[in-house]
Design a protein around this ligand. Structure first.
Ligand SMILES: Cc1cc2nc3c(=O)[nH]c(=O)nc-3n(C[C@H](O)[C@H](O)[C@H](O)COP(=O)(O)O)c2cc1C
Length: 430
C-alpha cells in the first residue's frame, strides 16, 4: 500500500482518525525540541474551525486537545508528538437508515469500488471532521512563518458574487461586501428552506512571503499548494493570479514587467517558475456545494440495485466558512515546508537563523527565572512550616561569590553579573 496520510514529509507529520471513530489525531515524528507547546493558540485555532451559525452542521464538538506523547512541562521534547481530539458528538444512529445506500456526491461510490468496504457513518476519513488534524499540524508549524500573513475572502457563494476588499471582512462568511451581507443571508435561508446546498469561490492571499520559496521542477510551490488545496474535501479547482482571465489576455498584458528594480504588477499570483517572487501569493479556490442535501435523490444500494435516498443527518447549507481555516492551515504547512527546504539550501547561518537562536535563548532565560521563582516559593513554604528564618545572608553571599567566579571564567564583567543575580533574587522573592 502507498502511504497517503503524510501531511508533511519535510516535518514527518501523519494524521489519522475517522469522523465516527474514537478520535482524530496527528503524529509529529520529529518536532522541534524545547519549544513551548502552543496550547492556547491550538485551542483558538480549533474554535475557529468549529461549525458556527444556522447554515452550518449542528454537530458541535468540544474539540479538547489530548497530548499522548512528546511534551514535558509544557515544552516539546523532540520525541514523537502525538495529539488527539476525541469525537464526542458523532451520532452514528443518524446513518442507520441509509447504511446500505450509496450517497450521491460523497466518496462512498468510489471508495467502495477501491476498498470493497466503507464506513457509512459520516464518511469516515472523507469527512470534514478529518480537517481537525490539519489545523493542529498547521498551528504547530505556524511560528516558522514569522510575519507572513494569510487571509481569505469569499468572492462567490452560489449565485451571489462580490469583489475582494482591502479590509478584512468581519462577518462569519468572510464576505467582503458588508452592505450586501444581509442579502447573502437571505439567499442562504432560501437555499436552506429548499434543503439544498451551495458552493462558491474563496480568494486566498499570503503577504510578506519571502522570494525564493519552492523547488523546481517537481516541488514547485504552485504545484505543492495546488495539491494541498485539492486534498481538502470539496475543493474542485485552483486558479493562481488573474486565473481564468490569463487564458484570454495577450502576453503583452500578462507579463509582469519590471521597473525601479521590481515587478510593476502581479498577474501570476506571486509565483513564477514554481518559485515565489516576493509578491503576494494569490489564488482562488473553486468549492463545490456539500453533498449532504435533504432532498430525495436517485441512488443504488450496495448490490447496485436502484433505490432512493433522503439524507437526514446534520449538514451544511454552505460550508465555505468552515473551509477557510482548513485552507489557511494547508497553506501554512506548504509554506513551512518550502521555508524549511530553503533554509537547508542556504545553510543555517543567515541572520534570521542567528536571531531565531537568540530569541530562543531569551525565551529560555525568562522561563528559567520563572522556574527559579517557583522553587523559591516552595523553599519559603518549607521554611515556614519548620520555623526556619526566611533569609539566609551567608547563602546569598555564597551565590554572589560563585556568580562572580563563573563570570570571570566565562569572560563576563563580574560586577554586571552580580547585579543580574541580585535582580534574579529580587524576582524570586516576588
Ligand atoms: C471542513 C469541511 C466540512 C465539510 N462538511 C461537509 C458537510 O457537512 N456535508 C457534506 O456533504 N460534505 C462536507 N464536506 C465535503 C466532503 O468532505 C467531501 O465533499 C466529500 O467527502 C467528497 O469528497 P471530494 O469533495 O473530495 O470529492 C466538508 C469538507 C470540509 C473540508
Amino acid at each position: 500500500m502507498m502511504s497517503s496520510n503524510k501531511l508533511s514529509s519535510v516535518f514527518g507529520i501523519t494524521t489519522f482518525g475517522e469522523s465516527h471513530g474514537p478520535a482524530i489525531g496527528i503524529l509529529f515524528d520529529s518536532p522541534i525540541p524545547n519549544q513551548i507547546f502552543p496550547m492556547e493558540e491550538l485551542r483558538a485555532a480549533l474554535r475557529r474551525r468549529a461549525p458556527q451559525g444556522k447554515h452550518s452542521t449542528a454537530r458541535i464538538e468540544p474539540d479538547d486537545i489530548e497530548i499522548l506523547s512528546g511534551v514535558f512541562e509544557g515544552k516539546t521534547t523532540g520525541s514523537p508528538l502525538c495529539i488527539i481530539v476525541r469525537n464526542r458528538s458523532a451520532r452514528s444512529l443518524d446513518y442507520e437508515a441509509i447504511r446500505n445506500l450509496i450517497r450521491p456526491g460523497y466518496a462512498d461510490y468510489s471508495w467502495l469500488q477501491k476498498y470493497h468496504i466503507f464506513d457509512y457513518r459520516g464518511g469516515g476519513r472523507a469527512s470534514g471532521r478529518e480537517t481537525v488534524a490539519r489545523v493542529i499540524a498547521a498551528e504547530l508549524l505556524k511560528s516558522l512563518l514569522k510575519n507572513i500573513h494569510i487571509s481569505s475572502q469569499c468572492l462567490r457563494i452560489g449565485m451571489l458574487s462580490t469583489e475582494e476588499s482591502p479590509s478584512k471582512p468581519t462577518n462569519p462568511y468572510y464576505w467582503p461586501d458588508a452592505d450586501g451581507y444581509s442579502n447573502l443571508i437571505k439567499y442562504l435561508d432560501e437555499v436552506k428552506a429548499r434543503s439544498d446546498s451551495v458552493g462558491g469561490v474563496i480568494r486566498v492571499r499570503a503577504q510578506n512571503v519571502p522570494p525564493g520559496l519552492g523547488d523546481p521542477i517537481y516541488e514547485k510551490l504552485s504545484a505543492n499548494i495546488a495539491k494541498a488545496m485539492l486534498s481538502i474535501g470539496s475543493v474542485r479547482g485552483i486558479l493562481f493570479g488573474e486565473g481564468l482571465a490569463l487564458a484570454e489576455m495577450p502576453g503583452s498584458l500578462v507579463n509582469d514587467q519590471f521597473q525601479n528594480g521590481k515587478p510593476t504588477s502581479n498577474h501570476h499570483g506571486g509565483i513564477l517558475g514554481g518559485v515565489s517572487t516576493g509578491q503576494d501569493i494569490v489564488f482562488d479556490l473553486i468549492i463545490r456545494p456539500v453533498s449532504g442535501i435533504g432532498t430525495e435523490q436517485k441512488t443504488i444500494d450496495l448490490r447496485g440495485k436502484d433505490s432512493k435516498i433522503t439524507i437526514e443527518g446534520r449538514h451544511d447549507t454552505c460550508h465555505l466558512p468552515r473551509l477557510v481555516p482548513v485552507i489557511e492551515a494547508m497553506l501554512i504547512i506548504c509554506l513551512a515546508d518550502a521555508l524549511q527546504h530553503q533554509r537547508l539550501i542556504r545553510g543555517n547561518t543567515d541572520l534570521d537563523a542567528y536571531r531565531e537562536a537568540l530569541d530562543k535563548l531569551d525565551e529560555d532565560l525568562i522561563l528559567l527565572l520563572a522556574r527559579r521563582r517557583d522553587l523559591v516559593r516552595q523553599v519559603k513554604k518549607y521554611k515556614e512550616e519548620r520555623g526556619i528564618a526566611p533569609k539566609d545572608p551567608s547563602r546569598e553571599q555564597d551565590i554572589m561569590i560563585r556568580s562572580r567566579y563563573l563570570a570571570e571564567q566565562t569572560g563576563m564583567d563580574p560586577d554586571m553579573v552580580e547585579d543580574l543575580m541580585r535582580k534574579n533574587l529580587e524576582i524570586s522573592a516576588l
